[in-house]
Design a protein around this ligand. Structure first.
Ligand SMILES: C=CC1=C(C)c2cc3[nH]c(cc4nc(cc5[nH]c(cc1n2)c(C)c5CCC(=O)O)C(CCC(=O)O)=C4C)c(C)c3C=C
Ligand code: FE2
Ligand code: FE2
Length: 343
């Protein structure tokens, strides 16, 4: 069977105009795995409230980070795809869960090259229903409807793979070389607490307060919170960070539901107020820099830190198209090509 790879990331609007941002946010936020409330209530919330105000503010934020070539998230993902294609023999396509570069087009591109078996690769280290799950569910729906003879296998969350932790740790080390920072903050995209409970396969393990995430459980295969905390723990262990010199927080909350705590903006505020002068921040829920890292962290986060009396605020870039990271993706793909195991 001829094999192929479909890398999938989140997506971005076609341009930073309020019209394109509104279209993109409409598709994104109407996803039942992103805003997971009944359709009528979701429609009222998204179309009746969020889309009336947010597109303008989001468009202004996108304008600040937009590159000449386009959205950083898309441009970086394309660079990864091109570099990766040079390292592996199987065709590598790229798609986005939302926006114009659809998963359907990506699958079609592979099928047109004779591919019969696809490795679907959600570009997220940790599992979340708003990211990995929505990609795998949509790909299966598309397969059933349009590509019934195609075989699709999905790459699970790779948050604790030793070679991933090694590449991430080395990248952090390289970017912080010679920097005198007092605290390293691991900031992950947040999710509503409800998402964690919904993904708990045991239906009783997750307690949200943090007491559960260190107790071994089957639930952790799909527990975003556990997987984020594990990335922090494993990187800290590898970099031999002192226990009081780093912490974990969650960013980008939306709406009034309780989201995972502690919040990144409040944590930065607290660090600044407590007298920390130099801090660094890394964002391991994203493999590519995007609005959430370039604007929310590098611009807004820095501003909060300075307002609270902080001085140096160092942001560690995401893995982006780092050679070691792309080489690792190639290693996993070659292994799957020859053994059907992703390792
Ligand atoms: C209920 C809302 C949201 C959930 C749940 C959510 C989860 C989630 N998102 C990412 C990764 C990214 N999100 C990005 C932007 C973004 N996210 C939300 C909302 C939720 N995300 C919104 C409304 C936006 C748009 C921007 C804004 O208006 O604030 C991005 C950046 C995209 C880009 O174009 O650069 C990424 C990446 C993860 C990993 C995640 C759950 C773990
Ligand atoms: Fe998001
Ligand atoms: Fe847990």
């Amino acid at each position: 069977m001829k094999k192929g790879i479909l890398l999938v990331n989140l997506g971005s609007p076609d341009s930073p105009s309020p019209k394109d941002v509104k279209k993109y946010l409409g598709e994104f936020l109407m996803d039942e795995r992103v805003i997971d409330i009944p359709l009528l209530a979701r429609t009222a919330l998204v179309k009746g409230i969020i889309l009336k105000t947010r597109p303008k503010a989001s468009a202004a934020a996108y304008k600040k980070i937009w590159w000449e070539e386009g959205s950083p998230l898309i441009v970086i993902s394309e660079r990864v795809q091109k570099k990766l294609q040079k390292l592996v023999d199987v065709p590598v396509a790229l798609a986005m869960r939302y926006g114009s570069m659809t998963i359907k087009k990506g699958l079609q591109e592979l099928v047109d090259q004779g591919v019969e078996e696809v490795l679907l690769f959600p570009l997220y280290p940790q599992f979340a229903m708003a990211t990995t799950e929505t990609i795998t569910v949509l790909a299966e729906e598309l397969r059933q409807e349009h590509f019934p003879n195609l075989k699709i296998e999905s790459v699970p969350a790779f948050y604790n793979k030793p070679d991933y932790i090694e590449v991430l740790s080395e990248s952090i080390k390289k970017h912080l070389e010679g920097k005198d920072y007092e605290h390293l903050l691991f900031s992950y995209h947040g999710v509503p607490e409800r998402h964690i409970r919904k993904s708990d396969v045991t239906k009783s393990h997750c307690k949200i307060d943090g007491s559960c995430c260190k107790t071994p459980s089957k639930a952790h295969e799909f527990c975003y919170r556990h997987q984020c905390l594990e990335v922090t723990r494993l990187v800290a262990e590898r970099l031999q960070l002192k226990s009081d010199s780093y912490s974990t927080s969650f960013q980008s909350r939306l709406g009034f539901d309780p989201w995972l705590l502690p919040y990144t903006d409040r944590t930065i505020e607290r660090l600044g107020k407590s007298g920390v002068k130099n801090m660094a921040i890394v964002t391991p829920a994203f493999v590519s820099d995007c609005l959430e890292t370039l604007e929310e962290i590098a611009m807004e986060g820095q501003e909060i830190f300075h307002e609270m009396g902080g001085k140096d605020f160092t942001t560690v870039p995401c893995l982006n198209d780092d050679d070691e990271w792309v080489a690792l993706l190639a290693k996993w793909i070659k292994n799957w090509e020859s053994t059907n195991v992703i390792a």
